[in-house]
Design a protein around this ligand. Structure first.
Ligand code: SAM
Length: 286
């Protein structure tokens, strides 16, 4: 990347040979910026996750420009052509269906290729569900962990849930409405029902709501409901030195550490320190 040129102030008009990463709204179309509209209007072409979604924005703001589809199914084929176009002087905007490209959306692969080819990339920032949920949750926001969607495979998922249960930082998770109840029950098992949580649903949209207080209350709230809409979860970290003494999880950790070669005594000492328990309390779990 030509880093020197990035230090200078960028003109409002798209420049030749630059990839523009353009953030779009996560629900309320009026959240799009003037700068984003200008870029979408004037670049040589707009590469979008789903042309039908992007057309809604283009239509609302009377923009007509060349759209091509760029998504996880065709990105490997499209990237070389887009890189070639950029090298030949095209200006290209990349947008996803909603929010910031590259955040649980297509983009990462082309950003990597473009960077390795020394082509300039400029981000025109827009909404992101994670940040919108975080700042409106009222939970600590200066330092946080973004997990995106948790892995589906049981062992990978439990590993992350365990990390989340120990983390002192606020954690942000994306989840589908269909799987929300299941995830809340997993969080109950790993973090305990008192852990503070906010379930942000339909951010920036007509039926926006922020449900929670703690995991128990969020489970109660959704118990008899058919959940629809888009969901982002914000979970408070555990307090320093006060980890969740969920005995079944600690027992599982203990077995894992022993399987990995640690003695019962050493594993118990380690987990006791980590969980704020006495060594004998951990030792006696087996
Ligand atoms: N690139 C997007 C961003 O910057 O936030 C995220 C795309 S990811 C495929 C879609 C997920 O983001 C949804 O399943 C949901 O978890 C979260 N999300 C997107 N829009 C949302 C909204 N309006 N309210 C709550 N969560 C939202």
């Amino acid at each position: 990347m030509n880093s020197n040129s990035l230090l200078s102030h960028r003109k409002e008009e798209p420049e030749k040979g630059i990839l523009y990463i353009v953030g779009t709204p996560i629900g309320n179309l009026n959240d799009i910026s003037q700068r984003a509209l200008n870029i979408l209007n004037k670049v040589s072409l707009v590469a979008c996750e789903d042309t039908r979604q992007t057309k809604k924005i283009m239509h609302k703001f009377n923009i007509s420009n060349k759209l091509i589809s760029f998504n996880k199914h065709n990105s490997l084929i499209k990237i070389p052509k887009l890189v070639k176009d950029l090298k030949e002087g095209s200006s290209i905007a990349i947008v996803s269906d909603a929010g910031m490209p590259g955040i649980c959306d297509p983009g990462e692969d082309i950003f990597k290729s473009v960077k390795s080819e020394g082509i300039d990339m400029i981000c025109v920032p827009g909404a992101c569900a994670a940040i919108t949920a975080l700042v409106s949750s009222g939970l600590p926001s200066s330092s946080f962990v973004f997990e995106g969607f948790l892995p589906k495979k049981k062992t990978d998922r439990e590993k992350i849930l365990l990390e989340i249960s120990y983390s002192e930082k606020t954690t942000i998770i994306y989840e589908s409405p269909k799987r929300l109840k299941n995830l809340l029950n997993e969080l109950l098992e790993f973090c305990g029902g008192d852990r503070e949580i906010i379930v942000a649903r339909e951010l920036t949209k007509k039926f926006e709501e922020h449900v929670g207080n703690n995991i128990n209350k969020a489970i109660d709230f959704f118990r008899d409901k058919d959940i629809v809409g888009e969901i982002t979860i914000v979970l408070k970290g555990t307090r320093k030195g006060e980890s969740n003494p969920n005995k079944s999880i600690i027992k599982k950790d203990l077995n894992d550490l022993i399987d990995a070669g640690l003695s019962l005594s050493a594993a118990s000492k380690y987990l006791a320190k980590k969980n704020g328990l006495k060594k004998s309390e951990v030792y006696n779990l087996i």
